[in-house]
Design a protein around this ligand. Structure first.
Ligand SMILES: Nc1nc2c(ncn2[C@@H]2O[C@H](COP(=O)(O)OP(=O)(O)O)[C@@H](O)[C@H]2O)c(=O)[nH]1
Ligand SMILES: [Mg+2]
Length: 359
């Protein structure tokens, strides 16, 4: 899973990237955005993995991970309006989700060049930018289909696609993101190749001044009419990521910050994206894997290796909850809670799976 940090220039994207990843990439009032994005892999903190590790004492323990990508920003000032470069746009299209950073802190120099912080207006600017990018894609495709219709070269698939595009164009022309409409599975399939930006799950990171952190309930409610939001005190949290855990904990308590920036963002990512975790356990490795809610046992097998999906026979399955309640795999079996599941089993968050397969 890859989350892209996007936003206007100087909204604090690189600062937040550093807070999330513990990196020390240059940020600054005057620093120039680099053309190439910063990327880092962060582990998803999951106390269940630690407890499984304690139980199985494996040689290796592997947490689920997400990849964070920090893109250069685009400017809100009219005269030097630079939308994402085509290369950047192509990268953003590959993201599973977008985290949109909004500046909610004051800085005399940034205020001078970019105006006073106005998160709602910035949100509107960026949403409009994303909507326009999708409109261009949808209109181009529509033109081609209409051309095909004129030539009498229309296929049934194109008919479906046309209907889906009509819905999409109507939505975008009303200035709404595509994620607000319901598309049928057939329509979704027709649109798979497009990677529309406003179809991606979006969360907002409100990047607030540390002395006003926690006092923006009204603003957050306003933002949440559009997307789920989370508040960060970016600069403060970047400094925390350089401290020891105990020290950071103390500062966080002073500020009423409940969990690290990384943990808050990953938690939100899971709820926004509908991700769930399953585990594989054994003497060699205890490992957490990420799949989507609604994925089957075969999908889970495929997340581990394509061979396991191809040669899938059965999944041995029990739940983390039962294991912890009963204390051992044997006790789970004695209680009859150890199951064999077939291809179409819908994997539940916290399932522990062992895939039987033959290739
Ligand atoms: N006061 C304050 N300043 C911040 C905060 N986050 C970022 N900044 C400052 O804003 C400037 C731009 O930050 P940067 O992360 O480089 O923004 P980017 O252009 O979006 O990557 C830097 O001088 C940061 O120190 C914050 O939460 N509070
Ligand atoms: Mg930056």
């Amino acid at each position: 899973m890859r989350i892209g940090l996007i936003g206007l220039e100087k909204s604090g994207k690189t600062t937040i990237f550093n807070a999330l990843t513990g990196s020390q990439i240059d940020t600054g009032t005057f620093s120039q955005a680099k053309p190439e994005p910063n990327m880092a892999v962060v582990e998803v903190t999951d106390p269940r993995v630690i407890r499984l590790k304690d139980m199985y004492s494996p040689k290796k323990t592997t947490f689920a991970t997400i990849e964070c990508v920090d893109f250069g920003g685009f400017s809100s000032s009219e005269e030097k309006k630079q939308i994402f470069s085509p290369a950047e746009l192509a990268l953003i299209k590959n993201m599973d989700a977008l985290a949109l950073v909004l500046r909610n802190f004051q800085d005399d120099v940034i205020d001078e060049t970019h105006g006073r912080p106005d998160p709602l207006s910035d949100l509107d600017t960026i949403m409009t930018e994303l909507i326009i990018s999708d409109l261009i894609i949808a209109e181009n495709r529509m033109e081609r289909i209409e051309h095909a219709v004129k030539r009498g070269a229309m296929t049934p698939e194109m008919g479906l696609e046309k209907k889906a595009l009509e819905k999409i164009l109507e939505c975008l022309n009303e200035n709404r993101p595509i994620s607000t409409i319901d598309l049928s599975p057939d329509e979704t399939r027709q649109l798979r190749g497009f990677q529309f930006l406003t179809r991606k799950p979006l969360m907002v990171v409100l990047n607030s001044d540390e002395d006003r952190f926690g006092h923006h309930a009204e603003l957050i409610a306003e933002i949440e009419k559009h997307a789920q939001a989370i508040e960060f005190a970016g600069r403060f949290e970047m400094e925390l990521s350089g401290l020891s855990q105990e020290e950071a904990q103390e500062f966080m308590e002073d500020m009423n910050i409940e969990a690290s920036a990384k943990d808050r963002l990953t938690m939100l990512a899971y709820t926004v994206l509908g991700y769930i975790t399953f585990f594989t356990v054994g003497a060699d490795e205890v490992r957490a894997w990420t799949i989507m809610k609604g994925d089957t046992a075969v999908d889970a097998a495929g997340a581990i290796h394509s061979d396991l999906a191809r040669g899938f026979i059965r999944a041995e399955c029990f739940s983390y909850g039962d294991l912890m309640n009963l204390g051992s795999e044997k006790a789970v079996k004695d209680k009859g809670l150890f199951r064999l599941e077939g291809k179409n089993y819908l994997v539940q968050d916290g399932d522990i799976l062992n895939i039987r397969f033959s290739v």
